[in-house]
Design a protein. Structure first.
Length: 113
């Protein structure tokens, strides 16, 4: 039986991260937050990056976490370990929500409502 000792060595695909990219964590990353995480890169420039973990649902609605949203059944996910005292949101409403930031065509984050 042939043993593939380099089976878990990942090779760089030559594609640089950019705004709108989807990043997939290393399958066996030891970090509890980023283990098996799928991340949407919302912003990426010389000043830094902002990304949101897409596949870590909290199994709670926004109204269960804050009374400011009334009876709203929008699902909430753990977006990541930074600034976790704030609520960030990804949406498709674009300019209908003032000060939204475009991620890619048809996809935005934040804004004032």
């Amino acid at each position: 039986m042939k043993i593939y000792s380099d089976i878990f060595k990942l090779k760089h695909n030559g594609i640089s991260p950019k705004q709108g990219s989807i990043l997939i964590s290393e399958p066996f990353a030891p970090d509890a937050i980023f283990s098996r995480a799928v991340i949407l890169l919302a912003e990426h420039n010389k000043n830094g990056s902002v990304g949101f973990i897409l596949n870590k649902p909290l199994n709670k609605t926004i109204s269960q976490l804050s009374s400011e949203f009334g009876k709203n059944d929008m699902k909430v996910s753990i977006g990541g370990p930074v600034e976790n005292n704030k609520i960030y949101y990804i949406h498709t409403y674009g300019n209908k929500i003032p000060n939204s930031m475009k991620i890619t065509n048809g996809l935005y984050w934040g804004g004032d409502f």
